[in-house]
Design a protein around this ligand. Sequence first.
Ligand code: ADQ
Length: 496
Amino acid sequence: MVDIAQYLIDCKFILVSNREPYEHMHGSHGDIEVKQPAGGLVTALDPTMRRTHGTWVAWGSGTADHEVSDELGRVSVPPGEDCYTLRRVWLDESDVNGYYHGFANRALWPLCHMLIQHFEFRTEYWERYRTVNLRFAHAVADEAERCTGRAMAWIQDYHFALASEYLRAMRPSLFVHQFWHIPFPPADILRLLPIGTYEALLRGMLGNDLIEFQIDRYAVNFLDCVDKYVSEARVDHARQTITFRNRVVSVGAFPISIDAENFASMASSKESTARVATLRDRYARGDRQLGVCVDRIDYTKGIPERIRALDTIWEESPELRERFTFIFVCTPSRTDLPAYNSLERDVIQSIMATNTRFGTPDWTPIVLINENVDSDLLAGVYRAADICIVSSLQDGMNLVAKEFVACQVDERGVLILSRFTGSAEEIDGAMLINPFNVDGFVAAIHAALEMSPEERKRRMHRMRRQLNNSTIFDWLGAILGRATEIMGMHAQPVTA
Ligand code: ADQ
């Protein structure tokens, strides 16, 4: 494993994200519980923060967060170990509605995924987004102020497109970089924001010294947008740099990954092995096969398109009824937004309709697990499956595809993967689909079901090898390596 801390010697590390790594919640007996949200980012960055004793700035969203933090919102974490500082930024209901549910999730999220039928802009959302970005910038500047040596701020995601510009005005010499987890749209889509807003968004992002995207295409889209809409910026497309306000901003592709070893070991545990045997005995005896998919219920993930493809295959090929079962693991997401609620209702109704149409007393075509599942349970389901379908309409990377590959320790499964995911540009060995093309999607499921064990093994083996050479630690090492390299160049005296 790459020792990430090596990049941060003598440099205070300030991480910024919307979600916090530890949430203090009021328990049912008047006590306070600490929750660590599941998810790759926290899992990967928490050990780095522990070792580097940095500061993590995030929205204090827990019901008991106020009680355990000081007057500046600071608290030492992990509780009892006190390795690093969590600096909480407080948001009231209007902030959350405008900044988070509003501009971030109703405007930027659909726009970046090019699903413009969901795009909604309100001036109030934008104003709150600006206010909250400014509040975060103040918190980061204050944290940087506390250290005597160098400091580096690393901002996560589309919630903070403006924070780096504000920070730059407060602390001109602070090194600031940002990882953009979702796609970046082409110029014709970005301009659906009001005139003035999309230029402000781009100028905001140009407050960074380095902007990291998942794949090169998103970086290219960003450079094109800056070229078209920020008249005072000079874009060098070949070098992927932008000269802006006498500074050079670098842009690049840094595909995120997972802790592949950890997933493989969860999938190989004694409990998982027993779970795999039970699942296969129930769903994949003889020539029957088991399919799986795992998602947050989000309109970007192509869930209705997937149900339609399965429905079509059982409709058109009656001989395949009872021959394969699909486990749908989907967790409700962003339930404060109407589009997400109605999608969840539609997904449940269509699964019930498919099950009613084709199910028999002995066979349920789609087994729905509508909840958040522990990752060790997930690892067992991934390992047991013969097929995994990822059918996103657009997706920055998609970690489910990588988790499935990591957990396929028996190398029996086929990955059917949307060509509109970042993963599709990285993983070589999946069956690529266009989820909008019903017949192509159905043909891919047919081909996957019929693929020989040798071919499956060959493809899966290749994908596993690639994944093991490109884990989340390689991703972190590549980003911090590039950031410290640029930081070093900034520190050198300029010679005429
Ligand atoms: P997401 O849109 O959330 O992430 P994805 O990359 O697939 O998409 O990550 C989802 C994570 O949630 C996976 O780790 C998965 O295991 C987990 N998950 C999903 N459903 C679950 C369930 N029912 N129970 C338990 N866990 C579940 C955003 C971008 C992606 C990008 C990531 C990381 O949209 O494109 O890959 O950030 O940068």
